[in-house]
Design a protein around this ligand. Sequence first.
Ligand SMILES: [Zn+2]
Length: 436
Amino acid sequence: MNARVADLLRFLDASPTPFHAVAEVRRRLEAAGFVELREEEAFRLGPGDSGFVVRSGASLVAFQVGSAPPSSAGFRFVGAHTDSPTLRVKPCPDVMANGYRQVAVEPYGGLLLHTWLDRDLSIAGRVVVATPDGPRTELLAFGRPLLRIPNLAIHLQRELAQDGLKLNAQQHAVGIVGLDGTPDLADLVASELSLRRGAPLRPVDVLGFDLVLHDVQPACVLGARDELVSSARLDNLASCHAAVSALIESAGANANSASTRGIVLYDHEEVGSRSARGAGGTLLVETFDRIVACVEANEPQALARSLARSRLVSADVAHAVHPNYADRHEPGHRPVIGCGPVLKTNANQSYATDAETAAEIVAVGRERGIALQHFVARSDLGCGSTIGPITASRAGIRTVDLGIPLLAMHSCRELAGAGDLEPMIALLAGFFASDR
Ligand SMILES: [Zn+2]
């Protein structure tokens, strides 16, 4: 296994939730010399400075200020999202039924619910606990198999062969966390956090939580020649990994870039991005505004001029052609795993790609010997969307949507190509280096 693939597997396993993904990105950025800035305080930045901002624990923007002011060199940013479809623990999750202790969950995003059955699941996220100094947020990941949503035996649903599997999210997705006598969730959370901090925490001190389920099976390579990557959350942690890898390598290799380069990683893409920390929020534009205010406070109309010179690559996975369902794909646009990054286009602006933004990235690919594939949805099928159009409309930045090809998108376990990772990172690094 090459080092890049091994690094992605580590990233995926370290990131069972958006909060953990942002913590892992923060760790990598700090190791590369990026300094965390707090949104509550004034930024003080100059050319060459590398910084990042975290909003609400699950979204992040990181950048290196260019040697030229943004009004003359613009921003070159890569966007991606930290969240994935999952099952979120309800606020009052404790269920006792028929001798089982169960946990009530609510679907988050457009998940393939049946793929969550008969998997060894755990619980992770963030918990707010009461302390003498006031509420404090702590990350939590049990890490071990904790619960299961079992299938119903075939003998008890003979209609399955004719009717297919029909799941009701309210009725059939309640996880079993133990038998009669198992502590309730606040107890489990309090004792797990007590173990981690080495100090007792009472269940009553658990003030709130954002917890989700996740599969405990680690990410791995798969196939006779290790050509595939099998994991949860490849949509869209594979793009987050590519973005942060490209930024760190670019910042180290060429600290004198004229343009200000960066990444923005958003939560809440899978539920429409309309939130304070989502792509529909202010995180990116405010960061641009603050960078401009630091480096060219007296320049007239500097922010608008900077945005007009800027480009965004919206990095998110693309549908690879499925060999068993090839007819679901547009005949002339069938991306194949292992054949490189995919440009995504939609006439109705579900993707932001246009001729000019596509041409710029095709030119970057040609310079570096990276072939690109094209995706368009069938005209008689709906098209997914991503942060590209939302960020483009929020910030007025011209944008291209692209990403690595993926099978089983929104499954609990997705499948990508090991050979697509390096070209994707090289393409993003080439984009950062292409000052125009
Ligand atoms: Zn996605």
